[in-house]
Design a protein. Structure first.
Length: 340
């Protein structure tokens, strides 16, 4: 199969495809028994820094489901750890930062990233591209707002209150922090594309907490810098966040080629909000996979039908695969999308 003509890359470019391509956010990981097996006794960040493991874990869902794209196995905090930020990923919790960033002096912890800092990423991607053949590999990073939230709060947060306190109360410090993060994220994505990733996804998972006017002022300029800085590489740029129904147009405006949609806005309505010249990705509620297959089938067909309103549609869930998901449901879902 020819990589450039793969259904995934064609759909991202809004070109005709025989069926919508499908992949799943968090397709590698906790729901797969073969993942749990290779991860036994290996801390998450150690796994991310071990190319053999990264290659194996990235390939597992491709083998099992026959999805149309692989997502690189890593985490959004990997580039931060690589430049020396003291953080860990705690099982059942997520990223935890030892010294949260809350003043100008703390910004010094965020130096620019260089390829040598993440040589294990380059090594794993080069190996993967060989293994994957015609299946595209998606590189990714966390967007400045979402990374900033972990750095400011010190860990996962429900209301992002300290984050917003800085955003509204110390706008200069906020923009300095976003600016440093944007530089790191841009270079980390460029490293992945130079190593062979065929597309990138920028996860701004928690930016749905921000109102549109504030998004435009405090977030969009930094996201735009990242997307503009990738333009010369010619790979599709996907942008996703949870609860971003009111921001969908702005996510496109920031420079994404493909706008990810969570399950709260149907794709035909999302297409209206995003406007012309963009493809959409989404948006089956990941919790639906816990229901009987008949329900999954009906809801998936509805997503496919509404996705026809988009200029290009990449089938996905509205957020990551939930840990308790039965892999057989995802296999059937993949087959259903391929037969559509
Ligand atoms: O010990 C473990 O197994 C930890 C679980 C785990 C895994 C498997 C974490 C901790 N991260 C990952 C991998 C991961 N993270 C991938 C890999 C590949 C795939 O998609 O198949 C990706 C793309 C991410 C990206 C990521 N990490 C995001 C953005 C995507 C999203 O889900 O919105 C976010 C927000 C994170 C932070 C993070 N890392 C881990 C957890 C549990 C969290 C979320 C914590 C929170 O709720 O704030």
């Amino acid at each position: 199969m020819n990589l450039a003509e793969s259904t995934f890359l064609r759909a991202c470019r809004r070109q005709p495809v025989p069926h919508p391509p499908v992949w799943y956010m968090r397709q590698a990981g906790r729901s797969l028994p073969e993942y749990l097996k290779v991860r036994e006794g290996v801390p998450m960040l150690t796994a991310c820094e071990t190319p053999d493991l990264v290659v194996e874990i990235t390939l597992q869902p491709v083998r099992r489901y026959g999805v149309d794209a692989a997502i690189f196995f890593s985490d959004i905090v990997v580039p931060l750890k690589a430049i020396g930020v003291d953080l860990d990923i705690k099982p059942g919790v997520g990223p935890v930062v030892a010294q949260p960033i809350r003043d100008a002096a703390a910004l010094d912890a965020l130096r620019p990233i260089e390829p040598d800092d993440v040589s294990y990423v380059t090594e794993a991607i080069r190996a993967l591209v060989g293994e994957l053949g015609g299946t595209p590999l998606i590189g990714f990073a966390g967007a400045p707002f979402t990374l900033g939230s972990y750095l400011i709060e010190g860990g996962p947060s429900r209301h992002h209150d300290r984050t917003k306190a800085m955003m509204y109360g110390e706008p200069r410090l906020w923009h300095d922090l976003m600016d440093r993060l944007a530089g790191i994220v841009l270079e980390h994505l460029r490293i992945q594309v130079r190593a062979g990733a065929s597309a990138i996804q920028l996860f701004d998972s928690w930016v749905g907490a921000v109102a549109p006017d504030d998004y435009r002022e405090f977030v969009l300029p930094h996201t735009r810098r990242i997307f503009d800085g990738l333009a010369d590489l010619g790979v599709p740029r996907i942008h996703f966040g949870v609860g971003t129904g009111e921001l969908l147009g702005l996510l496109g405006e920031a420079g994404a080629d493909v706008v990810g949609v969570d399950w709260r806005v149907p794709l035909d309505e999302a297409a209206r909000r995003v406007g012309p010249g963009k493809a959409l990705q989404g948006n089956l509620d990941p919790a639906i996979l816990m229901a009987p297959w008949e329900v999954v089938e009906r809801k998936a067909r509805e997503v496919l039908r509404r996705g026809e309103a988009a200029e290009g549609h990449v089938f996905n869930l509205g957020h990551g695969v939930l840990p308790g998901t039965d892999p057989d449901q995802l296999k059937r879902l993949t087959d259903l999308v391929h037969e559509a």
